[in-house]
Design a protein. Sequence first.
Length: 562
Amino acid sequence: MGLVYLQVWSQNRRSWANLCFFFTVIGVLGLAAGEMATMHAESPEAFGRAIRWTHFVYAIGFVGSLGFIHFYFGTGRRWLLALAVGLRLLVVLANFTTGVNAHITVIHSLRKIVFLGEQVSVLGEWVPGPWVRLALLSSLVQFVYVVDASMRLWRTGSHESRSRAVVVGGALALFIVIAVGQSGLVVAGVLRTPFILSFPFLGVVLAMGYELSKDLLRAAHVSRELRESQQQMALATEAAQLGIWSRDLSRNEIWASDKCRELYGFTKSERLDFEDFAQRLHPDDRDSIHQILANAEETGHYDSEYRVMLPNGEIRWIASRGRVEFSAGRPVLLRGAALDITARRLAEEAAKSLSGRLIHAQEAERTRLARELHDDLSQSLALLAVELDMFGQKPTATRSEVSERMRDLSDQVKDLSSSVHRLSHELHPAKLEQLGLVAAVRGFCREIGEARKIAIEFEAREVPRVLPNDIALCFYRIVQEGLQNVIKHSGSATAKVELMSNENELCLIVSDQGCGFDSMVAPNDGSLGLVSMRERVRLVRGQFSVVSRKGEGTRIKVQVPL
């Protein structure tokens, strides 16, 4: 048992109670060996030597048991402990330096008796030693220390504390009384028996071992729970892609999980300190992070977002949050978690950029409408007004001239009406609600083909008359945007629009045979055309694809589940 708990102490050097238990065991074993030596002594000199060395090993067990109470209970009074240990060491010192045994000055003879079925030696005639009262006083102080520590532990009130006080403290106090009483009676000549102090102290060892074994079982249970908790924590951090780290402020060392090292571009075996971490920070963020960490040592927590520069030149955004642990009012440890938010940051920047581009696109569209109203409708109306005024001021003409002039003016009014209708249709397709998607798209293809002098082929197959409004509007706007792109960018004189459906989805294809473009570069060139189409399709949970190569035309395909 002693070796088991010595090994426990070697694994955890702070568990001093385990080391004290080992010394108690050594003391009891040495005490038993000394008592066996006295029982088998054949001369008074041999008996005296065994008694003298028994005092030494008894002191080891004495100090070990008191140390166990001190570290295991944590409630003993230090001055009582120091007094008891000091008195016992004084007894040992006198035992080896005065030339007189602490219990017995001189042994004249031995006596043989039968003890437990065996013939043994006991004291015959002797003279008691002068230091025996000092030994009894040290045992009395030992007893007082144990009882006082046990009572103070009992008053803490917890079930575990009371169990320790009764089992260990009660057993040690009881066996001190038994051992000292038996030893005193033998020295006084009242009892004619061997010294058997080891037997009661064996009970003390068993009581200590029982409590320590309970602690080991509790530690094993806690260890299992800790392992399970660590596994759950590891699973949670892995699922959340979190990196865990801690920084020892006193030693300037950083511990980081494998995921955390990966986030910052460190190897798994690389030793880390704060300077290594600071070198990874983006130069523009270093001062702010130093300030945040300095403030954290006062507030106890921190929350920050910053950039790190990886060895390969990549820039990564990190969100880090944690708290500071204090000891005696001073910050000693920082614990934190780090998360890669690069994708979120890029999405935020893309959304911000898209928002700005949408605002500019809105203003550009307003400018276009204003230009068309001014350059086309306004000027046409002004010209019509001038012609009507001139027509009214001219001398009366022949009937045929009047009819021809009225027909010209009527054609101009019809053109103005068509222009207003086209603008209105571009702003809000009334046909889409009244006639359905197929009729609206067919009408738009015809109108824009006539207006822009481009041959647009339209084909529709098995498209339902009634469609959800959001899907119908999405397809109509994509046809608008797709054909506008054909007119503006492709240089093609023809285009084709195909609209088809089955029981599960609605499909649209807009294609041309124009100049084409690099479809891998176009989404990043700042144009809103493809971005707006892609976003519209995403909102109706559809799929959007573009196939285009330079010189080979363009094919836009949209598939939306019904």
